[in-house]
Design a protein around this ligand. Structure first.
Ligand SMILES: Cc1cc2nc3c(=O)[nH]c(=O)nc-3n(C[C@H](O)[C@H](O)[C@H](O)COP(=O)(O)OP(=O)(O)OC[C@H]3O[C@@H](n4cnc5c(N)ncnc54)[C@H](O)[C@@H]3O)c2cc1C
Length: 422
């Protein structure tokens, strides 16, 4: 077994790992199990279409990281779009979010939603996510959209999710805001407009990578064992690497599985779901869907919960979409069956017809995709995280922290961590 020693050992070359390395500047080594960098921010190389791991759009809440992004990417590579997002409901397209656009429904359904919203019984505290939805929005809105859509996305009984399972990403709206929106449309949210790259999400990641020393990155190298007492990791290439600080950005559940610690019941508690992403490229544009950036599908007759349009965002002609389908963590995914149902569904909703041909596709399984945030798991993980930090083991990133966040959040945490380590 070969042996090596490094001050800061980083697991993963996603946006988190590369940002840590960028701020540490020196004295690090990054191990990446895949043959290429980028993690979930990878772009699939294809001569005809630009495809990501489902749409990955940049929206910045801090000037610091927006500036960094703009300083690294050439202006003519950047596309800025004001979001055009819809909900496909009974063969009509209504604006997203559903709750503030119920006035766009047929009259009977609108009255039902409005009545239920007005007469709902709010509570001081909610037992779970579903309870919170009924309490805040009333039966109509919940049963027409919020419940079926979120059940498809999270692939879990919503009673098992904490009331704050989606944190700031959930578009809350009070009665007043809903009524006001009926006259003066204000569908603004934290990410009302977004930046995208002509060459796909990975273009920025490649820029981050170009600023670090490529000799300090080892691809095709998977960490398979972590010894926190003696401070080394073992890789699948049978190398033993000693570290002073270990920085993990791999999914926390998988990382814990490799650690020599008593995990108690924490691994069983960590709930999450998978997402099957089908990137599909066609030879012609869609006749019906020409402007939308992405559409949400609450109907359980369709296997997908969201479809995004790379071509409408990039301004290219041929229909090029990412289709997202949610699965529970233990589900076996039959890709061919899902692809057939998807193409069927796309025909039903008038996105494709017999004239248009599927030219190319790529299949990605995001596992994990959405972690199910729970106060109990959070508390238990905080304790494990604190114990690990005492042994100079740190874990960061969306999956390393086991949370729900954006790419920018990952960069913010990565910078904070590197400053602490320096
Ligand atoms: C469907 C979906 C859509 C999204 N859309 C957006 C969006 O539009 N905008 C946005 O800001 N965010 C979006 N996100 C969130 C975004 O993907 C994440 O916040 C971000 O990519 C996480 O980066 P990371 O570096 O923390 O983790 P990852 O990208 O998961 O990187 C972890 C890296 O560790 C490597 N690794 C794992 N195990 C090992 C091991 N044992 N040894 C060595 N290497 C290992 C992996 O191969 C990977 O490269 C989306 C997420 C999902 C699921």
């Amino acid at each position: 077994m070969t042996q090596n020693k490094v001050k800061n050992l980083i697991i993963g070359t996603g946006i988190s790992g590369l940002t840590v390395a960028n701020y540490l500047k020196d004295d690090y080594l990054i191990l990446e199990k895949e043959s290429e960098i980028g993690g979930y921010c990878r772009t699939i190389k294809n001569s005809r279409y630009v495809w990501d791991y489902a749409g990955h759009f940049y929206h910045f809440k801090t000037e610091e990281f927006k500036k960094l992004f703009l300083s690294l990417v050439e202006p003519d590579e950047i596309i800025e779009r004001k979001k055009v997002t819809k909900i496909y409901y009974k063969d009509a397209l209504i604006d997203y979010p559903f709750q503030t656009n119920i006035h766009q429904l047929e009259k009977d359904e609108f009255i039902e939603c409005l009545y239920d919203l007005y007469t709902k019984e709010e509570k001081e505290t909610y037992d779970n996510f579903l309870d919170m939805l009924y309490g805040k929005f009333g039966t109509g809105i919940v049963e027409k959209f919020l419940r079926p859509y979120n059940e498809k996305l999270y692939a879990i009984d919503l009673k098992k999710l904490d009331k704050d399972a989606m944190g700031r990403f959930f578009p809350y709206a009070d009665f007043d805001a809903i009524i006001r929106n009926m006259k003066v449309q204000n569908n603004t949210s934290y990410n009302d407009s977004f930046l995208y790259l002509k060459k796909g999400t990975q273009y920025f990641i490649d820029k981050l990578y170009s600023k670090i020393d490529a000799n300090k990155v080892k691809l095709n190298t998977k960490v398979v064992e972590v010894n926190t007492n003696e401070k080394y990791v073992i890789t699948d290439a049978n190398e033993k690497i000693y570290y002073q600080n270990l920085i993990n950005t791999a999914p926390y559940n998988k990382f814990l599985g490799q650690i020599d610690k008593d995990k108690g019941k924490i691994l069983e508690e960590m709930s999450y779901n998978k997402v099957l992403v089908l990137n599909l490229g066609f030879d012609k544009p869609s006749k019906r869907y020409t402007k939308e950036h992405w559409i949400y599908f609450p109907s359980k007759d369709l296997n997908f919960y969201r479809i995004g349009f790379y071509n409408n965002i990039l301004g290219s002609d041929e229909l090029s979409v990412y289709v997202e389908i949610g699965f529970s963590k233990d589900a076996k995914i039959d890709v061919e069956k899902e692809l057939a149902s998807t193409l069927d569904g796309m025909k039903k909703i008038g996105m494709i017809d017999d004239d248009i041909k599927l030219v190319d596709k790529s299949v990605i399984i995001m596992d994990p995709a959405y972690v199910h945030i729970s106060n109990k798991t959070d508390k238990d993980l905080q304790q494990v995280t604190a114990e690990l930090a005492e042994q100079d083991v740190y874990t960061t990133g969306r999956y390393g922290k086991w949370t729900y966040c954006s790419m920018e959040d990952c960069m913010i945490w990565a910078k904070e961590l590197s400053e602490k380590l320096k």
